[in-house]
Design a protein around this ligand. Structure first.
Ligand code: SAM
Length: 278
């Protein structure tokens, strides 16, 4: 910990208490205040690690008011740690207003790395991780959810969502309706006893969810793979020319030549070339 009063963003476990870092415990013990999304919920965690620091609540309904008070305390020399019910604060959790105000007022903000369901799920999903988007929760209303999913039709990178158990079946149904056979992975109960990854098409995941009522319980991360440009979308002649040209010129150039010859999209040919190389 530094001597300067600082707002610390402290991730907490998403299931397995052993994922609490020693640094997170030290910071929570060392600050003057812990701002918690739900003080009663966090009391169990704090007690488990013998952390006796004073807590106060900071949630979506009082964040504005609490922020003013916490900024005053920070300016008065008291350090504050922000925690949420589980995982990394601000990631589909409160804290944005507080961090933004601290930044505006020149109050130091320091984040500890730690548990986050989205990153944990993605890293073990088997879907591409070189580029991805975290979308938080999909809209609750079905029409809005389908509209949001329609944005993924041409998306060439992995999309990561959080989902509540009561909506998981409807959401996977909507994915099936809007995106068809796209590869998806659903990660459930991460870091807990019944941690499960289910991958395949939306229909495969639906079969799993509907095969047993217990499969719909727990916490879920839904990941949707990139749209693929399959070779079938490109005429055979164009694909053959692309492959021949690739033996002599870089893929980018080959894609440009074939695109102008056949009146196709350069990017689609480039992607198809990448996919055919495996
Ligand atoms: N800030 C948290 C984080 O860093 O992951 C996320 C908070 S958000 C309110 C809660 C959602 O995260 C859950 O509805 C679920 O989608 C996901 N989640 C949290 N813990 C999880 C777990 N152990 N396994 C799977 N998903 C989890």
């Amino acid at each position: 910990m530094t001597d300067t009063a600082t707002l610390y963003i402290v991730p907490t476990p998403i299931g397995n208490l052993d994922d609490m870092s020693t640094r997170a415990i030290d910071i929570l013990k060392g600050v003057s205040w812990i701002a918690a999304e739900d003080t009663r919920h966090s009391a169990r965690l704090l007690q488990h690690f013998s952390i006796a620091t004073r807590t106060l609540s900071l949630h979506e309904h009082n964040e504005d008011k609490r922020t003013a008070m916490l900024c005053e305390r920070l300016k008065g020399g008291e350090s504050v740690a922000l925690i949420s019910d589980a995982g990394t604060p601000l990631i589909s959790d409160p804290g944005f207003i507080l961090v933004r105000r601290c930044r505006e007022q020149g109050i130091p903000v320091s984040a500890l790395p730690g548990p986050c369901a989205a990153i944990t799920a993605l890293s073990a999903s088997g879907l591409p991780t070189d580029k991805f988007i975290f979308e938080g929760f999909l809209p609750v209303k079905m029409q809005a959810r389908e509209t949001a999913l329609a944005e993924l039709v041409d998306r060439r990178f992995t999309s990561v969502f959080y989902e509540a158990p009561r909506r998981i079946v409807d959401t996977v149904n909507a994915i099936h309706k809007v995106l068809g056979d796209r590869a998806i992975v659903v990660a459930k109960e991460l870091t807990k006893t019944f941690e499960t990854y289910v991958s395949g098409s939306a229909q495969d995941v639906l079969d799993y969810l509907e095969s047993d009522a217990s499969h719909q319980k727990g916490e879920f991360v839904v990941m949707i793979g990139p749209a693929t440009v399959s070779e079938q979308d490109i005429p055979g002649d164009a694909m053959a020319l692309l492959q021949t040209l690739c033996e002599h010129v870089p893929l980018k150039k080959a894609a440009a030549i074939v695109a102008s010859h056949y009146g196709l999209k350069k990017n689609a040919l480039y992607q198809a070339g990448l996919e055919s190389k495996g």
